[in-house]
Design a protein. Sequence first.
Length: 115
Amino acid sequence: MKKTKMLKKNYEFKNVLNRGKYYSGKYIAVFIRKNSKSINFLGIAISSKLGKAVKRNYVKRIIRENYKIIEEHIKTGYDIVFIWKKQQQLGQASYTHVEKDIKKIFNDADLFLEE
């Protein structure tokens, strides 16, 4: 069963960005905030100054797919917002780079379930 829903409203993003804890990787930054629900909420933000819609959507798909694969190993009850770093070009986005970043960040944030 899918344990994640998407953040869609601007105030939902602002709430996580203002009150969430910041974690950083080489390509992405993540804000994580505990919520009172039993599901995770996921948001992805990429500045329109970094590239056209095709490249931005490609990066969003890579992030979403990486998250989907490790979703069952993540604790529930969190709001998570991924932000692509402005220093990194969208052309540098690859599946493996994003995968390493996400795993490192979730380890730092202690979001993986103990097995």
